[in-house]
Design a protein around this ligand. Structure first.
Ligand code: C5P
Length: 226
């Protein structure tokens, strides 16, 4: 699988999101809708992207009782997003309920099943002792529960790839091209390093959204894909 760049539409309105999408044109195929845009603009933000033939990564990091998460995932399938997130700390039973709901709902509706990925440890959390073990443990649970992969930092991507094989999806936020602000992120890496470590999807927000020329910022990141 060739690695792909996902731009996080972490903005306050549909109008702002549309502006960025228009600016980036054909360079980007997948956009992330997270809690900020989804809370402000709802499912309209997803439909709007799809109307422009863009794929949507819905990053709402579900973490609730299994029944509620399964129902939310069913709604995700209705929205026909490409990929969605849940929190691995929700436990194996919750992740399993989500994975089964995705399979069942997509069969019932006759639509493609979205990829389900579990957030392991947020990239804004500092390095701590036994982080690898924690990420590994959570990634194992995600795999056993039937999820397609995980969200992790680039620092853990390499060993996740070695441990879980080539078909396990790895999504890496915390990407910072040389010379850009780190912000609240702690475990950061360059796009080139993310690709080298086996990331499938690189999620980038502020380095593009806050760039004086977002299009140029994207081109620079893509040039690092090699
Ligand atoms: O602006 P920045 O490039 O730091 O944005 C990273 C994006 O990835 C944000 O939208 C954030 O919600 C998301 N994310 C993250 N860490 C995770 C999962 C998702 O930073 N573990």
């Amino acid at each position: 699988m060739r690695p792909q760049l996902i731009i996080a539409l972490d903005v306050d309105s549909l109008a702002q999101a549309q502006k960025i999408v228009a600016e980036l044109g054909n360079a980007i195929e997948i956009f992330k809708v997270g809690s900020q845009l989804f809370t402000a603009a709802g499912s309209e933000s997803i439909k709007n992207l799809q109307a422009q033939h863009k794929k949507v990564f819905l990053d709402l990091k579900f973490h609730d009782i299994p029944n509620t998460v399964a129902s939310a995932v069913k709604a995700v399938v209705h929205l026909q997003v490409f990929m969605y997130t849940l929190h691995t700390v929700g436990g194996k039973e919750m992740m399993k309920a989500a994975a089964e709901a995705a399979t069942q709902a997509s069969r019932d509706l006759g639509v493609p099943r979205p990829l389900g990925v579990g957030v392991t440890v947020l990239t804004s959390e500092a390095r701590k002792e036994n982080l690898r073990d924690l990420v590994l443990e959570r990634a194992s649970l995600a795999k056993e529960a039937g999820l397609d992969g995980v969200v992790a930092s680039v620092e853990e991507a390499g060993f996740i790839r070695r441990e879980f094989g080539k078909d396990f999806v790895i999504v890496t936020p915390g990407i910072r091209p040389a010379g850009t602000e780190v912000g609240d992120q702690k475990r950061v890496a360059t796009p080139a390093e993310a690709v080298r470590q086996g990331s499938n999807f690189l999620v980038v927000g502020r380095p593009v959204l806050q760039a004086s020329n977002p299009q140029e910022a994207v081109e620079k990141i893509l040039a690092e894909f090699g």
